[in-house]
Design a binder for this molecule. Structure first.
Ligand code: GRF
Length: 193
């Protein structure tokens, strides 16, 4: 019997992608979402974890960057793969080194545009709207020491209409996230990428 692939999800806020991913794999006997990590004790993603019966682990930015407790928990969980789904902190070197090409992130724009420090949530969609760009989308990429600069794995696009508000763009981009992120994760862990 093959061991299950054990995936940890990191999220800082709402967690709709984390829930979507967990529900996608709920019926997959070879994958286990083993824990949801958050740097915000009041993040709604933790309520979603409880409702999904997924263990969680809360830590502070200082603990992640100045101690081994997050890395030790990942190791104790026998984590195979790490998914960042709305996680707003950089991943420290000790975790990057332990999980080479095993950490991916989703960004709600077509990187390299609208990425980097401070570009998250509605700020991204407001920037797209202000730019007059006629398309936006998602980027799924490997994580390295910089924000949003790892090798791109997958991108999907949506048209941006002149009449679209930043909220309209956000809703269309979220639709892409929910449609594609779980499937791309499945492809990556099966070695397709
Ligand atoms: C998503 O738009 C994702 O692309 C970005 O952060 C947002 C997280 O939303 N990285 P949620 O917490 O999954 O609802």
């Amino acid at each position: 019997m093959m061991d299950k692939i054990r995936i940890a999800i990191f999220a800082s806020g709402n967690g709709s992608n984390a829930q979507n991913i967990a529900e996608h794999f709920a019926g997959n006997s070879s994958v286990d979402i083993c824990r949801i990590f958050s740097n915000k004790a009041d993040a709604f993603v933790l309520k979603r974890a409880d409702n999904l019966n997924i263990p969680s682990f809360v830590f502070t930015k200082k603990q992640m960057n100045e101690s081994e407790i997050v890395l030790n928990q990942l190791i104790a969980d026998k984590t195979d793969f790490i998914v960042l789904a709305g996680f707003l902190l950089k991943i420290p070197a000790n975790i990057l080194e332990k999980f080479p090409y095993k950490i991916i992130n989703i960004h709600p724009a077509l990187l390299p545009k609208y990425g980097g420090k401070g570009m998250y949530g509605m700020r991204v969609h407001e920037a797209v709207k202000a730019s007059g760009d006629i398309e936006s989308g998602i980027t799924i990429h490997y994580v390295n020491a910089a924000y949003d600069e790892g090798n791109v794995i997958f991108q999907a696009m949506i048209p941006v209409e002149k009449s679209d508000t930043a909220e309209d763009i956000a809703n269309k981009v979220h639709g892409l996230e929910y449609e594609h992120f779980p499937k791309v994760i499945e492809q990556i862990i099966s070695g397709a990428f």
